[in-house]
Write a protein that binds this ligand. Structure first.
Ligand code: GLC
Length: 564
């Protein structure tokens, strides 16, 4: 790996999220595994990414896709062994790719020995004190202790049967840990150290704004219990984004900074994206956080502009870099979602009653292509969710019997949940399970229309989404530098439909959000990348609707000379 810039590599990196269960199955059991990932490291290298983020691969009953961890220092046999993990890290490092893993500190699995012991111990015991147990309300404890709700639906309190309850902010198989307990803090420092010593380059912190709860008696109800994020971004919520969480990450940072190069960390915080949440991105804390605003936004020029401005300002003020994300394993896929009409609830439109959300697939694909050039054209860290580089749409065809996400059950079968973005990847249009698994039985069924998106097809087509991503990542490496800031182009140059910015190399990015108006490029523009495969150059210097271009003023040759 390049040693220059070793501590700051992430500030301009492209990170690829691998959801191991759905990436590539080498042992033929229908679920992806470490050997499968190792077999595709060259694919990731050719794509040009700087790092992989592996979502949880720890031993787990999979009540929530592995975010219910039963052993933080192990590997679930379905994915492989610790030795194979070591091989994966070594193989990635040989190719200059760093490895980031997921840490889940808010809750464990209910099958974690800590929890099984706690359940079988007396109220008030030290075993129970690792978690959040409380007596219920009412004469016999027949009511949950507070109105707090699980993010997956229903009460966040599960009765133990004796008038006591335990807290689970997600599924009931995911009991929340008690971060007021110094033992819990120590355990996680040990877990981080364990993986640092196995060569990982950084961590993605699950539900990073959770952890500390206000457990002062009497426990308080939340004003609106349905929201996972705090209503007021001021630390007053009893469950989310409490001031005390910062102390935890300051301790973590001390540990992570002891390594050379220092270990990276990025927090998953579903809070309002105000300067307050960026406190987690301070350099003596996690160092960076995801900003999910673009992922939640409809295709709208003014909204995008506000988000890009705010994200960049907040990240800079925290001494961090913006983290851009358009898709992940928790939300419907970009290539469908971006076609939704403005105002649709981005996370909850995949309902069980099959209502047509009003997506025009061709339009959604155009926008997804433009979005790829938009995100990769922004300075900062860009996260790509596996399969988004293929333009995979959301799989809306999954049947109730196929669904595995706890959201399906806990929402009383209203929302199908997140399985539609977790369907195993299509590698080869002509092979069984599209090359994902020799078993022919992937853990989630792949729809027949996946063939069109298979890597084997896209590699042959110069204008495919995959080739667009490859070209953009390669160009980004050359033309966007660490520490770059996007400088908006003057309004007159892109009129009301577009967004345009320039970075220090002189590269300009122009995105036309309009669905019916073209935008003029500057007279002397030399277009380097264009999101529309059917348009080989921008005829008459026009950027067509729902298209993004990367260009220079003047000739590319003169730029190359300057940049040498
Ligand atoms: C995060 C994960 C999600 C999981 C939840 C609970 O939001 O990304 O997949 O269900 O945390 O761990």
């Amino acid at each position: 790996m390049a040693e220059d810039n070793a501590d700051d590599w992430w500030r301009n990196a492209v990170v690829y999220e691998v959801y191991p269960r759905s990436f590539n199955d080498a042992n033929g059991d229908g679920e992806g595994d470490f050997r499968g990932i190792i077999d595709k490291l060259d694919y990731l290298h050719d794509l040009g990414v700087d790092a992989l983020w592996l979502t949880p691969f720890y031993p787990s009953p999979l009540a929530d896709g592995g975010y219910d961890v039963a052993d933080y220092c192990g590997v679930d046999p379905r994915f492989g062994t610790l030795q194979q993990f070591a091989n994966l890290v070594a193989g990635a490092h040989e190719r200059g790719i760093r490895v980031i893993i997921d840490i889940v500190p808010n809750h464990t699995s209910d099958k974690h020995p800590w929890f099984t012991k706690a359940l079988h111990s007396a109220p008030g015991s030290k075993e129970r004190n690792r978690y959040i147990f409380h007596v219920g309300r009412g004469e016999h404890g027949e009511q949950p202790p507070t109105n707090w709700l699980s993010n997956f639906g229903g009460s966040a309190w599960e009765p133990c049967g004796d008038g006591w309850y335990y807290l689970h902010s997600f599924a009931k198989e995911q009991p929340d840990l008690n971060w007021d307990n110094p033992q819990v803090r120590q355990d996680f420092l040990d877990i981080l150290r364990f993986w640092c010593e196995r060569g990982v380059d950084g961590f993605r912190i699950d539900v990073s704004h959770g952890l500390v709860k206000d457990l002062k008696e009497p426990l308080r109800d939340r004003p609106d219990p349905t929201l996972m994020s705090p209503q007021a971004a001021d630390g007053s919520d009893p469950v989310w984004d409490r001031d005390g969480v910062h102390e935890v990450y300051r301790q973590w940072r001390e540990l992570l900074d002891r390594y050379s190069p220092v270990k990276y960390a990025v927090g998953e915080s579903w809070t309002p994206f105000t300067p307050r949440v960026y406190q987690y991105a301070r350099q003596d804390e996690l160092g960076s956080i995801f900003d999910f605003s673009l992922q939640k936004a409809a295709w709208d020029r003014d909204d995008y502009r506000k988000i890009i401005e705010r994200t960049s300002e907040c990240a800079t003020a925290a001494g961090s870099a913006p983290v851009w994300v358009l898709g992940n394993h928790d939300v419907p896929r970009l290539a469908s979602r971006i076609g939704l009409p403005k105002g649709t609830d981005v996370e909850h439109w995949v309902t069980s009653n099959g209502t047509d959300p009003g997506i025009d697939p061709a339009q959604a694909e155009r926008r997804a292509r433009a979005d790829a050039l938009l995100m990769l054209g922004l300075p900062g860290t860009a996260f790509i969710y596996q399969g988004d580089e293929l333009g995979l749409p959301e799989d809306l065809d999954l049947q109730p019997a196929d669904l595995q996400d706890p959201i399906w059950e806990r929402s009383g079968h209203r929302f199908k949940g997140r399985d539609g973005c977790r369907v195993p990847l299509p590698w080869n249009s002509d092979s069984v399970s599209f090359g994902f698994s020799q078993s022919g039985h992937p853990w989630l069924p792949q729809p027949a229309w996946y063939a069109r998106y298979a890597v084997s097809n896209q590699e042959r087509l110069p204008g495919s989404m995959l080739n667009l991503y490859r070209a953009a990542i390669a160009a980004r490496r050359r033309w966007i530098r660490p520490g770059d800031e996007a400088e908006w182009l003057a309004d007159g140059e892109y009129a009301e439909y577009g967004l345009g910015w320039r970075v220090s190399s002189g590269l300009e990015v122009l995105v036309n959000f309009s669905s019916d108006h073209a935008i003029r490029l500057p007279e002397n523009a030399t277009v380097m990348l264009n999101s529309r495969p059917e348009i080989t150059d921008c005829a008459n210097n026009q950027v067509p609707p729902e298209t993004a271009v990367w260009y220079f003023r003047g000739t590319l040759a003169s730029r190359s000379k300057e940049n040498r």
